[in-house]
Design a protein around this ligand. Structure first.
Ligand code: 0O2
Length: 239
């Protein structure tokens, strides 16, 4: 059935497995964040965003790929109907987090697109993982496709700006802006690696002079000796 002819109700039903997959991955990422914070006393993840692709964008992408914009084709040919974007501070963290995700027992990585080692011609840099997540629905378990994008704050900043001109069709504008964006991408790559090196130096200093560490810094625990409900802090960001 053509996506444009579907009722809102049918669209919502078709998207349900994808929104469930997003919830599952969000939960995994929260756990990873907390574990890394507990281990390293710093949270490498700046923020996480999740989104379901709009039906009109799914149809547009199918047509661009040369397929009829139907639900069946969307399920078969579109890998990023559900997407999670993890934005980190440093480039090394991208591969560390990617590695942790790869080893999660419930996620099967089917394809990796490393646009950091191999940036796109326009300068786009990001690490993409196309994965399959088992999701339990009323009629049984389904394997759902999802795309996880991992990138630094700087790469994300660049991509957001570039995204704004992606669908503009005036070459007079897009060509000049495109050239400048490409130059910015090169600068951003340099800044990313300088910040990475600075962070390594700071971490070495911290090792020789460790910061004050107290379990009460992580949890709101009054030391009454009784079990009480605790409201956990969101792990701190590196200042
Ligand atoms: P939108 O509007 O962000 O949703 P494939 O079928 O795997 O060969 P696909 O799906 O394009 O091709 O895979 P890829 O390269 O992993 O891209 C998936 C998403 O990554 C894109 O979705 C963008 O969100 C982002 N992306 C990829 N390339 C660029 C780029 O050059 N600039 C920016 N800003 N984002 C990019 P959509 O559906 O293309 O776009």
């Amino acid at each position: 059935m053509l996506i444009e002819n579907m009722s809102n109700h049918d669209l919502r039903l078709a998207m349900l497995p994808y929104s469930s997959a997003l919830k599952v991955v969000n939960m995994y990422v929260e756990t990873i964040e907390e574990e890394l914070f507990a281990m390293r006393q710093s949270n490498p993840i700046e923020h996480v965003k999740a989104r379901l692709k709009r039906p009109s964008s799914i149809a547009r992408k199918l047509e661009k790929k040369g397929y009829e914009p139907t639900v069946d084709n969307a399920i078969k040919y579109i890998d990023d109907i559900a997407g999670v974007r993890i934005v980190c501070l440093f480039q090394d963290d991208i591969y560390r987090i990617g590695g942790v995700i790869e080893n999660l027992p419930n996620i099967k990585v089917v394809r990796i697109k490393d646009y950091i080692k191999h940036p796109k011609e326009n300068g786009y840099r990001s690490y993409h993982m196309h994965v399959l997540i088992p999701v339990r629905m009323l009629d049984g378990e389904q394997l759902v496709k999802l795309e996880i994008q991992i990138r630094t704050v700087a790469m994300d900043f660049w991509a957001s700006l570039e995204h704004k001109i992606r669908y503009k069709n005036d070459p007079a504008i897009t060509d000049t802006i495109g050239e400048e964006l490409l130059m910015c991408a090169t600068l951003i790559e340099k800044i990313d690696s300088r910040m990475q090196n600075l962070n390594k130096k700071i971490m070495r200093l911290e090792k020789s002079d460790p910061p004050h560490d107290d379990i009460r810094d992580y949890f709101d625990i009054e030391n009454t000796g009784e079990f009480e409900s605790i409201s956990k802090h969101k792990p701190n960001k590196i200042p």
